[in-house]
Design a protein around this ligand. Structure first.
Ligand code: DQA
Length: 146
């Protein structure tokens, strides 16, 4: 089974970006851990990061063609703005888990609303990069993503 890990804008800066909020691990660390855990769990983890809304949408469309069974997505700031990425997920009907490294609910009010949470199988916030690991564990073992 193929699982897609998507990280949105500014997440390429993980490790150096506001480390007090997002920690010191890099996106490369996140991807390395995800691929290693994927191997243990018997799934293939593909990864994609983009700072561009359209790139993320195109990648979701491709995932549908490729038969990807589940998406783990941290949409970054697009969480709070992007009807278009929401529609790509709904339009392809690929089940997804939404992950946020920080606890968005403990931050500025504009981060409290997500265009994804009501359609996500689950949302994980505030667990640092561990959130991606918990999400992958669930996606790899739950029949919801079979
Ligand atoms: C984030 C939270 C968003 O509000 C922010 O714009 C990000 C990262 C998180 O992982 O905590 O870029 O999605």
């Amino acid at each position: 089974r193929r699982i897609l890990l998507i990280n949105g804008p500014n997440l390429n800066l993980l490790g150096t970006r506001e480390p007090s909020v997002y920690g010191s691990e890099t996106l490369a660390d996140v991807v390395r851990i995800a691929k290693a855990n994927g191997e243990k769990l018997g799934v293939i983890v593909e990864d994609y990061q983009s700072n561009h809304e359209g790139g993320i949408i195109d990648r979701i469309h491709r995932a549908k063609k490729d038969g990807v069974k589940g998406i783990i997505i941290n949409p970054g700031a697009y969480t709070h703005t992007s009807v278009a990425i929401r529609d790509a997920l709904l339009g392809t009907d690929i089940p997804f888990i939404e992950v946020h490294i920080s606890n968005v609910h403990a931050r500025e009010p504009f981060r409290h609303h997500s265009y994804f949470s009501d359609k996500a199988v689950a949302t994980i916030v505030g667990l640092g990069i561990k959130g991606y690991e918990y999400a992958l564990d669930f996606v790899a073992t739950s029949p919801k993503f079979a």
